[in-house]
Design a protein around this ligand. Structure first.
Ligand SMILES: NC(=O)c1ccc[n+]([C@@H]2O[C@H](COP(=O)([O-])OP(=O)(O)OC[C@H]3O[C@@H](n4cnc5c(N)ncnc54)[C@H](O)[C@@H]3O)[C@@H](O)[C@H]2O)c1
Length: 315
């Protein structure tokens, strides 16, 4: 099958491309290679595929350029992961989120409709739950109290997806990812920053005085869930993709310290604007609809990440 992967130079989408190539699909990757974080790592991710994929440097906010890609390739399915990610950056740069996440997603869905691409899977986020008091987070929670513009744009895209499914013959599954980590991870995310600083003997910033819990989900589990969703068009669905365990951040840091064989010097900081103290996925629906079961726990996952980090930076 010919699959469009948006944001293919990104952390999660590059893992997804690897898996889709193994499954024998033809991949067209669209990414604008922006410099929100070092584009070098995006190029390195793409280098893994050499000539196995068609790469198109296109900004999804540019409707006419994106239209040419749809015209040229005639896709069977779409994996839409291009986005401005990051909760904290959205406090100071809300316009980027509105443009890329909301308008960009409109462009992708609208062109899918015009060109008759029936099946799409959209990367949403656990951030849409905000400070939900109902724990673990269930898909039927209203999720209408966004704590950041990032969350607001992702929730708006889910609602937009539901209207595309209602008014066309498209199938769109929105997968709410929970704190994804793993090799080739994002340099702006905690595990990457913690590993870098601990190895350099520098302190790490820990927010909300360490009172944070996250449902850390290893990237291969996310990819598995994504592929299951791509292979099973279901009209409109929203499904949590998480490990299904809420791990205390200080426990996560302990696991990292053990793997690195070094203690972290911790700077305890107040809660950051736009952030939430806890995430925890109810994975019942993912099990029922997709037969999804996360496999990698934090000990193993952190170990895979650190091995990759040391190899990548030749430490
Ligand atoms: N990493 C996580 O923990 C997490 C959690 C929940 C949801 N998500 C979602 O998963 C998806 C992938 O996240 P990631 O962590 O791999 O992030 P990432 O930043 O590594 O990947 C996103 C990619 O999209 C590209 N991109 C951004 N704006 C673009 C534009 N206007 N046009 C074309 N390409 C553009 C970027 O260059 C980047 O390569 C995103 O939609 C994100 O919101 C991630």
């Amino acid at each position: 099958m010919k699959i469009l992967v948006t944001g293919g130079a990104g952390f999660i989408a590059s893992h997804l491309i690897k898996r889709l190539l193994e499954d024998g699909h033809e991949i067209v990757c669209v990414d604008n290679l922006n410099d929100y974080y070092d584009p070098e790592i995006k190029l390195k991710r793409l280098e893994q595929f050499e000539k196995q994929i068609n790469f198109e440097k296109v900004d999804i906010t540019d409707f006419s350029s994106l239209r040419k890609i749809f015209e040229k390739y005639k896709f069977d399915k779409i994996a839409h992961l291009a986005a401005q990610a990051g909760v904290r950056y959205s406090i100071t740069n809300p316009d980027v989120y509105i443009n890329t996440n909301y308008l960009g997603t409109f462009n992708v869905f609208e062109l899918a409709k015009i060109y008759g691409v029936k099946d799409a899977v959209f990367a949403s986020t656990s951030s849409v739950y905000g400070e939900s008091l109902e724990i673990p987070f269930r898909e039927d929670s209203p999720a209408d109290r966004a704590v950041s513009i990032y969350a607001a744009t992702k929730r708006a895209c889910e609602i937009m997806a539901s209207s595309y499914v209602r008014n066309s013959d498209m199938n769109i599954t929105c997968l709410r990812f929970f704190t994804v980590y793993g090799p080739f991870g994002r340099p702006d995310m905690a595990l990457f920053k913690f590993t870098k600083n601990i190895l350099a003997g520098e302190p790490i910033d820990v927010y909300n005085n360490g009172e944070m819990k996250r449902d850390f989900t290893f990237v291969s589990d996310i990819v598995e869930g994504f592929v299951l969703a791509l292979n099973k068009p279901m009209g409109f669905e929203i499904i949590n993709l998480g490990h299904g365990e809420s791990v205390h951040l200080l426990k996560f840091i302990e696991v990292l310290e053990k793997k690195l064989g070094r203690k972290a010097e911790i700077n305890f900081m107040p809660m950051q604007q736009g952030d939430v103290p806890q995430t925890f996925a109810d994975t019942t629906k993912a099990k029922e609809k997709l037969d999804f079961n996360a496999k990698i726990g934090v000990e193993e996952g952190v170990s895979f990440f650190v091995d990759w980090f040391k190899d990548y930076y030749k430490i």
